[in-house]
Unconditional design. Structure first.
Length: 149
């Protein structure tokens, strides 16, 4: 009697497992492909945004570094200026260096915000892909649990 009950419960479990894992007729593949294509497009956009942030980081660092060097050089040049010396070049170097350093700092700050936006986009897409969904299957079981990653 116990063996019969055991075989029956195993057969029932096998049928239930096959019913839950049975592939549908393909009606659900199209929406899933669209979702994956949308996620892929979003990940590509996040990668493009990250590349822009990297370019701004590099540009900002170069401008800020060059501006600081020019600013320091102009400041040192003004030390040797006397009453009869022409200090226009030093004043121009200070002005150009200050502007370049300021623009570089602004680019670096903007790059930080763009990079944070790209990271948030990637996290959001990956969070959506790893969501736990219960979805009815047209040709299979009533509900299935699926995790996409």
């Amino acid at each position: 009697m116990a063996a019969s009950f055991e075989r029956t419960s195993l057969a029932l479990a096998a049928c239930l497992t096959l019913g839950l894992c049975a592939p549908s007729a393909g009606a659900q593949d199209a929406p899933l492909d669209r979702v994956e294509a949308a996620h892929e497009a979003e990940l590509d956009a996040a990668a493009d945004q990250a590349r822009v942030a990297t370019a701004l980081y590099v540009s900002g660092a170069v401008l800020a570094g060059g501006g600081l060097v020019t600013l320091i050089g102009g400041s040192i040049a003004t030390l040797s200026c006397g009453p009869s010396a022409d200090c226009d070049a030093a004043a121009i170097a200070i002005a150009v260096g200050g502007i370049a350093a300021g623009v570089g700092l602004v680019l670096f700050i903007v790059a930080t915000f763009i990079d944070q936006g790209a990271s948030e986009r990637r996290r959001r897409v990956l969070r959506e892909q790893m969501a736990f969904d219960l979805a009815p299957l047209p040709g299979g079981a009533a509900l299935t649990a699926s995790i996409r990653f």
